[in-house]
Design a protein around this ligand. Structure first.
Ligand SMILES: [Zn+2]
Ligand SMILES: [Zn+2]
Length: 112
């Protein structure tokens, strides 16, 4: 009999510890800013850093045209001339278009 008691006596402690651990471990989720719904009504595609009417990632039409021209990055599924992963220089090219139009730096692109 004597040997059993300590185990039972410890149970509430164990349960309390587990409850604490479970509660203590749930870290606050980092506050991610609410995702803006990407509308395509503007001139600039904020998501891709390219004017909407040229954005091969948003416009099926542009994508088809780029594919026809052979301007296509199969790996990243976008026009090669708009693939900033393969062609980082192109990012500056489109950013310059934004600067020309608005006289300021384009909004930063969300890296995926
Ligand atoms: Zn886009
Ligand atoms: Zn690419």
């Amino acid at each position: 009999m004597k040997g059993k008691y300590p185990v039972i006596a410890h149970m509430p402690v164990v349960i309390a510890f587990l409850a604490f651990a479970a509660g203590g471990c749930s870290k606050e989720e980092p506050q991610t800013p609410a995702k803006k719904v990407h509308d395509h009504s503007g001139w600039w595609c904020e998501e891709h850093g390219i004017p909407e009417h040229l954005c091969s990632m948003c416009s099926e039409k542009v994508a088809a045209e780029c594919k026809k021209k052979g301007d296509w990055c199969k790996k990243h599924d976008r026009a090669l001339s708009q693939c900033f992963i393969c062609n980082p220089k192109r990012k500056a090219y489109y950013a310059e278009m934004y600067r020309q139009r608005y006289g300021k730096e384009p909004p930063p692109i969300e890296e995926k």
